[in-house]
Design a protein around this ligand. Sequence first.
Ligand code: 6PG
Length: 209
Amino acid sequence: MTEPRVRWADPGDAAAVAARIEAEVRREGPKRIAFTGGSTPLKVLALLAERELDWTGTTIALTDDRRVPDDHPASNFGRIFAALGTSGAQFERLEEGAPVARFDLVWLGMGEDGHVASLFPTMQALVRPGATVIATTPVPLPPEAPFDRLTLNEAALKATREIILVVTGASKRALIERAIAGSDAVAGAWPVSVFLRGAGPQVTIYWSE
Ligand code: 6PG
């Protein structure tokens, strides 16, 4: 019997996420991993930074970033580079409109409104065809990160062997369960839904309290 396309990892905590990323880094040959932003990854990044891993064959890309300088506290690149900048991994920057190559693994977080990367339920976006980077501005600007964004678009995020969706807390779990069940009235009300329903790569959901 084939595995369901969308499944829940057990356990789904930071150690399990770090183990999944470590397994990808340890795979033979070059690999490309897109890292999410936000605060949830901080524990995982700390665990990865402690491990003796050979990152030289790995390209670290970002699913999205706020359009702030690298040394700004809200910079996703800044947080990831602080943890893994000396690992030997190659870093791939987000460049608006640039074509984006396929990934081996895409690591997504999710907001309480069902946004993933910087694809928001309501946003201003310069939509572009193909797997690329687009400029978005969430509407309204979230008080915790009131910035314009650059983000991989849906096609780029789906061009991967696997997506891991890493979330914490009961409310995000409930939203994901409702999205899988198709409860969001208007398709696209929650951006996460397009990754959980219909065609797409395998999605493994890592949930913890
Ligand atoms: C960002 C992220 C975004 C994030 C969610 C969840 O730039 O903010 O890429 O999509 O994953 O907002 O963020 P937390 O993990 O901080 O809840």
